[in-house]
Design a protein around this ligand. Sequence first.
Ligand code: HEM
Length: 415
Amino acid sequence: MSNEIARKLYSQEFKRNPYPILHELLEQGPIVRSKFPFLGNVWMVSSHAAVNEMLKDRKRFVRDPASLGKKQKGYFPFWMPRSLRVMASGMILRDEPDHRRLRILVEQAFARRSLELIQPRIEEMADELIAEMQEKHRSTGKPVDFMAEYAQRFPIAVIAELLGLPEADRPKFAFWAEKFAIEPNLIGFLKLVPSIGKIEKYLRSQIQLCRNSPRPGLMTELVQAETEGQRLTEDELVAMAVLLLFAGFLTTTHLIGNGMLELFRHPDQRERLLRDDSLMESAINEILRYTSPVQFTKPMRAAEAMNFYGVELKKGEILMAVLAAANVDPTVFENPDQFDISRKPNPHIAFGAGIHVCLGMKLAKLEARVSFQKLWSQLKNLELAVAPEEIQWSRQKGVRGPQSLPIRFEIVSSN
Ligand code: HEM
């Protein structure tokens, strides 16, 4: 079935109930060969131990094909459209030392202390969106789509604010992110190019505006790093802004959407959480483990020939860490398919590991905490308006979350 795995991992059936397929993969061994559209042969690394080892070993595994000593400069070959090559200069596709040079420029903004400063504004934005949802439910009398009205809009609002991008532009980001829901083949990939071109043009104009008149936000700080210290090129700046915008958007949308869905599906766990807020941190970790909003990492490459968990790898071969499988590995997690908000310990790997471990994990957890606390306390008698089996899942590849989540709650009179 190994060649079948890639197809299965992309299916709606898998999104609805991933556990049987993930266990099927794990039972085949920690590293299994499969064929992926566009990438070709890929080794899927699935056990918790092998995934951790691969992501943390930057000597034997690299991201950038250019690190393999080939002639190719950069992630994509020279004949690929320039806009794609610009986007690929982001740190998520780079190895050391370039990765560190870039990551250090933004790390401070995502540290706990910086987030504490913006928490009041994040809470305000959540309140605004909840009030809008209430108004919409009151005026239409119909269920509200939680994904469209809150889970998508909230992370965009937060990341746009952090970058210092104009509020009026937020709907554009959502529109562009939709375009990333491509078919996983070369044609689908090339269809992306016009949207990427538009994003690039927009961001270059924002960079120019920040240069002319600096404004609060990370974008201006990065522009200053570019001009003063020449610590990053303009292409790298564009790639960083795209990475932050999109890495921080649909991932968090799905964490919040999946979290709400699992809390609807598990009323006993929900009651425990609503009674005892000290369970919030472990509940969010369990939502991350149980639903793996990011299902697998960007591809890695073997930097040398080696034997890895019993498999002979050739230099340059492609590997993919299946985080969703590692997160249900029965050798690490007891009753892995059970949703338990007080699970301890919970060494999930939903944010990846090693040098590319998620930069925004504290922000994502903060957004989830603020959302769950406010939604369950402000929306009385909150419930799902459809049966869980009727939920449509996002078509986006490699991420898992509902496409829409109709909800209803008590309508409070506006006066
Ligand atoms: C629940 C929400 C999130 C999840 C599950 C998630 C997951 C991940 C994972 C698995 C990686 C590693 C990818 C790889 O190795 O290929 C990653 C990297 C990254 N994430 Fe997140 N992420 C989330 C939210 C965010 C947020 C809010 C931001 C903020 C902007 C963010 C920014 C990044 C960046 C910049 C990287 C690349 C880091 C690097 O290459 O050094 N993420 N994330």
